[in-house]
Ligand binder design. Structure first.
Ligand code: AMP
Ligand code: ZN
Length: 143
């Protein structure tokens, strides 16, 4: 538990929240400023600032829970789709620095503005990008 981390306090029950689900590792809550009806957040009870700090166990379990929540929410809310988002770093839109996954139900004409638009043909080489990442993976495996 990290001092001054609001999601540590919420996840561990020190601050109340609209809890949808809780187990030993996670609490799932409704977002206080929802982008859509049913916008939920999966919070690990352990503090990790972001995906880079996440441990293997939590990383494995969190997506299993996301899948379960998504299926239940689809039925319960009658949404037509679901965006699953996870922001890392200020530039990526992270505002609370305790790892969390957003579950954002989507409805017809909900006017939510985020979609990833391709920028057309890149002005850099995809081969170079592929190489640098593949080399990075090899370096990690070699450790
Ligand atoms: P992010 O921008 O990915 O860090 O997401 C942080 C999210 O946490 C935002 O969608 C906020 O609306 C939400 N949030 C912040 N404080 C609270 C809180 N006390 N209870 C529920 N959701 C919160
Ligand atoms: Zn925390």
């Amino acid at each position: 538990m990290e001092d001054n981390c609001i999601f540590c306090k919420i996840a561990n029950g020190d601050i109340s929240s609209k809890t949808l689900y809780e187990d030993d590792m996670f609490r799932v809550i409704l977002d206080i400023n929802p982008a859509a009806k049913g916008h939920a957040l999966i919070l690990p009870k352990k503090h990790f600032a972001d995906i880079y700090e996440l441990d293997q166990d939590t990383a494995g379990e969190v997506f299993v829970l996301a899948k379960r929540m998504a299926a239940v929410m689809k039925e319960a809310l009658g949404c037509e789709g679901m965006n699953i988002l996870q922001n890392n770093g200020e530039i990526a839109g992270q505002t609370v620095f305790h790892f969390h996954i957003h579950l954002i139900p989507r409805y017809k004409e909900d006017e939510i503005g985020f979609h990833m638009e391709g920028k057309g043909e890149p002005d850099y080489s995809l081969d170079d990008v592929q190489k640098v990442i593949v080399e990075g993976l090899k370096a990690v495996r070699a450790v």
